[in-house]
Design a protein. Structure first.
Lengths: 230, 143
């Protein structure tokens, strides 16, 4: 009956120490990658060799580069069969490239996040280092600026479009990669630069590299489609 | 020493024939290659093939004549690669690696969009590569 003294509960409060916020856990604004390689690594669809190791590190969907080369080759072959004249085929490839370029520029600008180019020199670098890297997987070098700075040479050492290709003697005047010149022309025209592009060197004709001469004809200022005073 | 190499299509049409002897016996080599095609047909229709179901059938020594030996190799698209050699003792592994490289050069040549399948291979790069492979095959005895 006699209740002993109530055992005292010991209320040892184990207070958990509050974790100090680590510096690395604080959110930082994602930096816009500046170099071509970094942009390249974040692209979803990339043309590259069918290498599973690369596929796992870079992105999910890769298409086989050989499939791309063979598709382009089949297309050029079909154009030659249909049109029969080398000059007409060259012009047709350029026109096809132009149509691709006017659409490709939007995807390029959306994916690459490059800032507005200040002058033509910066445009040249962006095309060579970022654009070609993103879509063809090769970097080109820019050289041979003329004194006014209005034309430059784009030199490609490696070109995935021409793997395995050997031009037969009957088609020696063919510019096999003319689609590239059309693409660049179309893309630049959509950002208000009218250009003229010619091939200087072509590996299929025996030279050691591919050289494109890009000449700026004029800058077209953007026009307002509406009239302001109405 | 390799006397000549040949590529024959699946309808027994010649796609490439190159002789490396320097002497003017191209006709004799043509004849030997032709006879070897018959041996290949025999081997292909032989039930022995059903046991070995490899992708690329290395056919081995096909036709030993008095001074030549002919080795054959069949791709799974029925394209036949033949090599005529005057060497008396050739290691099997050497010939196999030769055929592997030959096949790789052929595949690259055929991937050319300007090559018409079924017609002769006119690629100069292919000819140069084949000459290189032949030279590399017997570095001591060639020349």
């Amino acid at each position: 009956m006699a209740a002993g003294p109530r055992p005292r509960k010991s209320f040892l409060r184990h207070e958990k120490p509050r974790r100090a916020t680590r510096r690395s856990e604080r959110r930082m604004a994602p930096l816009v990658p500046k170099s071509g390689d970094a942009i390249f690594a974040s692209i979803d669809r990339v043309v590259g060799p069918m290498n599973t190791a690369e596929a796992s590190t870079k992105s999910e969907a890769l298409i086989n580069a050989e499939l791309f080369t063979l598709t382009y080759g089949a297309m050029v072959r079909q154009l030659l069969t249909d049109l029969e004249e080398v000059d007409v085929v060259n012009k047709q490839l350029d026109q096809m490239g132009y149509n691709i370029g006017v659409r490709l520029i939007d995807e390029f600008l959306a994916k690459s996040n490059v800032s507005r180019c200040v002058d033509f020199k910066e445009t040249a670098d962006v095309i060579a280092k970022v654009g070609l890297k993103m879509f063809l997987g090769v970097t080109a070098s820019v050289s041979n600026w003329d004194p006014e700075g209005s034309s430059f040479s784009l030199v490609l050492d490696d070109n995935p479009l021409v793997d395995f290709v050997e031009l037969p003697d009957t088609f020696q005047g063919l510019h096999y990669c003319n689609i590239l010149s059309g693409v660049i022309r179309g893309a630049l025209e959509m950002v208000s630069m009218k250009t003229e592009i010619t091939w200087i060197r072509d590996m299929l004709h025996g030279d050691d590299a591919y050289e494109l001469r890009v000449k700026l004809l004029k800058q077209i200022p953007e026009e307002y489609p509406y009239k302001d005073d109405e | 020493m390799i006397a000549c190499v040949a590529v024959v299509g699946h309808q027994n049409n010649p796609l490439y024939l190159q002789s490396f002897t320097g002497a003017d016996d191209a006709l004799k080599l043509h004849h030997i290659v032709h006879c070897s095609l018959d041996v290949i047909d025999e081997r292909v229709n032989n039930p022995k093939r059903s046991v070995i179901t490899l992708n690329e059938s290395y056919l081995g020594l096909l036709y030993p004549t008095e001074s030549y030996k002919v080795y054959g190799y069949l791709s799974n698209t029925k394209v036949k690669f033949l090599v005529v050699t005057t060497d008396l003792d050739v290691k099997d592994t050497d010939i196999r690696s030769f055929f592997r490289r030959f096949h790789a050069a052929y595949v690259d040549a055929v991937s050319n969009p300007f090559h018409v399948p079924g017609k002769k291979i006119i690629s100069r790069i292919f000819a140069a590569r084949v000459s290189g492979i032949v030279k590399a095959f017997a570095p001591g005895t060639y020349g």
